[in-house]
Design a protein around this ligand. Structure first.
Ligand code: ATP
Ligand code: MG
Length: 440
């Protein structure tokens, strides 16, 4: 992509309304634009990141055996009356009437609808286990939408729902999602620590939240420093191996980790040696629940069991805040100059800077490398605008692509370009004919 042809409305100054780094940086780099309180348009750069995160989430759900579907954003109120949540959900639920005066709502979550879909689509216990998920926009009329996409009113969520015959099978489904979350967040380049959580209005028996540590997080967190020593980056698992999956869950849950809602100071002090007691703040990026029959019972989700008797299905639900993650990743990965994208979600892999647009040699060298990178499928953003070098450096640091290739007349005399790593700041001179090979 040529920057001269891109749509990236960068702001010169920090927007006043932004209280935290991710919100400020997303507005400054023109990733999003606010349309109403807690509601954003995703502009080309922001949209690319959102889609990359979504795709990683999808791949890891599929790998864990979940099946993708897509449910509508608008739901009928009737199903919610059956589960009793139409009244319980309160003002966060956006209620709408259609022209026939029927009550609709903009889905804040989908337990009711998916349970109904599942109930009407299966015959017997043989149709289980199943896990269905979708990645769809939700609306919650939050009292205080803030921090940009972190607490929006309209936001993108992945929500999965498991259905099992027995409690043990339901627990395995829960454990599989737990492990798939560890893998998902690792691929996104962040460490999201699982913490035992309150089940809140969604209810249920067992629940964990996954929190990214960041000073601007809304939850207080307390955890055992030994968690840092676990291997978060290369998790290998056979999802069919019930015991191995359960063991991995215990490995990550046996150490003390709790949000302020569940924190118990005396237990913390008992279980964690003094020097290892860490506390700070965290951003909730995922939340999983095991319900047992909380939804399946009122919604009549029953199947024929092996002995012919009816069994009430065991279910769980598993959310990931896809749009919140865009902000969450920035909170965890930025510096004073701007964003530092993890490679897996960066909008482009390489930023190519032409220091002297209009200079025949510089233009030709850049064109050649730009075209060769594109041809090899390397995502490259070429700054071909006629602007001073300083402004280009600042813009490239601000948008935070993992690599910069800087080409100017001085280096060209020696046949070299400068390659800079955004994260470490390390710079290296590389021969022009080696550049493409570095990235392809
Ligand atoms: P919170 O405690 O932050 O309000 P929640 O517990 O109500 O979130 P869940 O019902 O657990 O949210 O939703 C699953 C995931 O969706 C959350 O872990 C979070 O990542 C994301 N999410 C929830 N509310 C919002 C929001 N208003 N804006 C963006 N993402 C959200
Ligand atoms: Mg939650």
């Amino acid at each position: 992509m040529r920057l001269s042809q891109y749509f990236m409305p960068v702001l010169r100054d920090d927007p006043k309304e932004a209280e935290i780094a991710s919100h400020r940086l997303m507005l400054r780099t023109g990733m999003v634009r606010q349309e109403a309180a807690g509601s954003y348009s995703w502009l080309p750069m922001g949209f690319r990141v959102l889609k990359k995160i979504e795709q990683i989430v999808r791949e890891e759900q599929n790998r864990a055996g979940a099946l993708e579907v897509l449910m509508p954003t608008l739901q009928s109120a009737d199903l919610w009356r059956k589960s009793g949540r139409y009244d319980d959900y309160g003002k966060e639920m956006l209620r709408i009437k259609d022209r026939q005066d029927r009550d609709l709502l903009y889905g804040p979550t989908n337990e009711e609808m998916i349970t109904d879909i599942f109930r009407s689509g299966i015959q017997s216990y043989k149709d289980m286990p199943r896990n269905l998920y979708h990645i769809q926009w939700k609306f919650r009329d939050e009292v205080r939408p803030r921090f940009g996409v972190m607490r929006g009113r309209e936001f993108l969520m992945k929500d999965a729902y498991s259905f099992d015959v027995t409690r043990e099978a339901g627990q395995h489904a829960y454990n599989k999602m737990f492990v798939s979350y560890l893998k998902t967040f690792a691929r996104l380049g962040i460490k999201a620590v699982p913490m035992r959580a309150d089940t809140g209005p969604i209810g249920g028996d067992d629940s964990h939240e996954f929190l990214v540590l960041a000073d601007t997080g809304e939850s207080g967190v307390f955890f055992d420093g030994a968690l840092h020593d676990l291997d978060w980056s290369t998790i290998e698992i056979d999802y069919d191996n019930v015991e191995a999956v359960a063991n991995m869950v215990s490995e990550y849950t046996s150490k003390y980790a709790a949000t302020d809602e569940k924190h118990d100071q005396s237990e913390f002090e008992k279980r964690v040696p003094e020097g290892k007691r860490l506390s700070g703040r965290g951003i909730e990026v995922g939340h999983i629940f095991f319900f047992g029959d909380k939804y399946s019972k009122p919604l009549g989700c029953e199947v024929q069991g092996p002995d012919g008797k009816k069994i009430t299905v065991q279910s769980g639900s598993y959310g990931i805040g896809v749009s919140r993650l865009v902000g969450g990743i920035i909170e965890a990965s930025h510096d004073k100059d701007g964003i530092i994208w993890p490679e897996s979600v960066a909008p482009f892999h390489v930023g190519l800077i032409n220091l002297k647009v209009g200079d025949a040699e510089a233009d030709a060298a850049c064109e050649k490398i730009y075209k060769a990178l594109e041809a090899k499928g390397v995502e490259v953003l070429y700054d071909d605008r006629n602007q001073p070098g300083g402004a280009k450096f600042a813009a490239m640091d601000l948008i935070g692509l993992p690599w910069q290739v800087i080409i100017g007349p001085r280096g060209l005399k020696d046949g070299i370009a400068e390659v800079k790593n955004r994260k470490t700041g390390a710079r290296e001179n590389v021969a022009l004919d080696q550049i493409v090979g570095r990235f392809a």
